[in-house]
Design a protein around this ligand. Structure first.
Ligand code: SAM
Length: 462
């Protein structure tokens, strides 16, 4: 590949003679030719700029000078003298360009035989230059290094040469090292990397990397990459492809607030927040839709409907949201679509919530008798498409955090719930969330009795 760089500071580019790009030039993998734009001026002062038409501050680079320079450079033969098999691209760095990405660099590396880079200075290059060459069958590429303004395009030219050049075969010694990088095919930032010494100033390399267990190492790296990307570039995490994700991967992403519901091509950023009155209609629909999923087979539709009418109607939900003793948390996407909810009854002081519902007031959890307030987790539901992907654990964690805020003055707040003894899916899920079985109760749905298992857990040690 050949790069031609035009600039009023051609001496700037001696940096390209060192390191891998320097070696690649020495080995003939790429050729870089720099040109002084002033060689195409026609006045004694060798001026390349003039005042902006229409007024305003600064100077603009002249189209006539750039036109002469680009005509010559674009017409000059490739070093081999052979007709090129790839395209010639006119690359123009500008803060008003599209952000330069790894995909764009990959595309240039595979499709271009020559890249001509026109480095602007002052207020930039007369806009007719790019327009003219685009209209005359030259592929143009106006790119930006980022959302900040440099004094000239030289740094951006060096960046393009290095980012595209290192993708050419033979430039980077071990091509494997290009595979797992940031902005690679997985669309993630790279995991943190370490080398010897294993112990440095009290900081130790993570043990898993010393384990020799390649699967564990790969998983550890993938999860660190998710965490880093979620923290620094959430926009990237929302674009990753979900096809190759395992169930565990999805659960890890859910912990970070990115859910992959059934059929979703990309993870969805979701929040757990307190419900608002404008959620009432959607929340009532969600509650009515999900409650029957937990009902045992012997419950009649009539009993289920009676229960929904009595406890989960829109007016009931509005009451739960407004009343101090209730806490309603929802799992919501950015558009306000709800995918799950929890409903907790908070006792006054360090009392017991839901005494009439069979609260395990004398529960012994983990060998200790309960002391702090006993909060009832009255409802906890996740919509169908969001099951088995970590959404329940994410909703639960958000609920637990909110409850801890509400009961901050108590050392040992507890949470309890009852669930139908036949509902093995829910029972398994509650055990995984940290609940222990502490008793049983009879729970009435409509005009039928249900036998429930009662669970409890300390809120602080989930
Ligand atoms: N007036 C221009 C604007 O507001 O868009 C800025 C001109 S800048 C001072 C001068 C030159 O620096 C540009 O023509 C371009 O070549 C280069 N430059 C500055 N910031 C850049 C960036 N973020 N990415 C790429 N090139 C940049």
């Amino acid at each position: 590949m050949r790069f031609d760089i035009l600039s009023v500071f051609p001496e700037f580019f001696s940096v390209l003679d060192v390191s891998l790009v320097g070696k690649a030039q020495a080995h003939g993998v790429l050729t870089i030719t720099t040109h002084d734009l002033r060689d195409w001026t026609d006045d004694p002062h060798r001026s390349v700029d003039d005042t902006p038409v229409g007024g305003g501050a600064g100077m603009v680079m002249r189209a006539d000078v750039w036109g002469r320079a680009l005509d010559d450079v674009l017409r000059s033969p490739l070093p081999s003298g052979e007709p090129s098999s790839g395209e010639t691209v006119l690359a123009i760095p500008t803060p008003a360009g599209i952000p330069l990405t790894q995909r764009a660099c990959e595309d240039l590396a595979s499709s271009a035989a020559r890249i001509v880079i026109a480095c602007g200075r002052y207020e930039g290059i007369d806009a007719r230059v790019v327009e003219y060459y685009a209209a005359h069958n030259v592929r143009t590429f106006e790119y930006s290094l980022g959302d900040y303004v440099l004094n000239g395009g030289e740094i951006a030219a060096v960046a393009l040469v290095e980012a595209v050049g290192r993708l050419l075969p033979g430039v980077v010694g071990n091509p494997e090292s290009l595979v797992e990088e940031s902005h690679g095919a997985a669309g993630l930032l790279e995991y943190p990397v370490f080398t010897r010494p294993i112990e440095w100033r009290g900081y130790r390399v993570p043990d898993v990397l010393l384990s020799g267990n390649h699967r564990e190492v790969a998983r550890w790296r993938r999860y660190r990459a998710y965490e880093r990307t979620a923290q620094r570039r959430p926009d990237m995490l929302e674009r990753i492809d979900t096809v190759a994700l395992t169930k565990r991967d999805k659960r890890k992403l859910a912990e970070l607030g990115y859910l992959v519901p059934q059929g979703a091509a990309h993870p969805l950023r979701m929040d757990v927040r307190e419900a608002r009155l404008d959620d009432v209609a959607e929340l009532a629909a969600l509650a009515a839709r999900t409650f029957p999923d937990a009902a045992p087979p012997h419950l009649t539709a009539q009993s289920v409907d009676m229960f929904i009418e009595e406890f989960l109607s829109a007016s009931c939900i509005a009451h739960y949201i407004e009343a101090d003793e209730w806490l309603v948390m929802v799992l919501s996407d950015r558009c306000g679509h709800l995918a799950g909810y929890s409903l907790c009854l908070i006792p006054a002081g360090d009392g017991v919530a839901g005494s009439d519902d069979g609260a395990p007031a004398a529960a012994v959890v983990g060998g200790r008798a309960r002391r702090g307030p006993l909060i009832e987790l009255s409802k906890f539901y996740v919509d169908r498409d969001y099951r088995g992907i970590g959404a329940a654990a994410y909703l639960f964690e958000g609920t637990r955090t909110a409850l801890l805020r509400r009961s901050a003055q108590y050392e040992e707040p507890y949470l309890w719930l009852g669930t139908n003894h036949e509902n093995t899916r829910a029972r398994h899920a509650y055990r995984k969330l940290g609940f222990s079985e502490v008793g049983t109760r009879v729970f009435r749905v409509g005009d039928q009795d249900n036998s429930d298992v009662v669970y409890a857990m300390p809120l602080r040690v989930a």
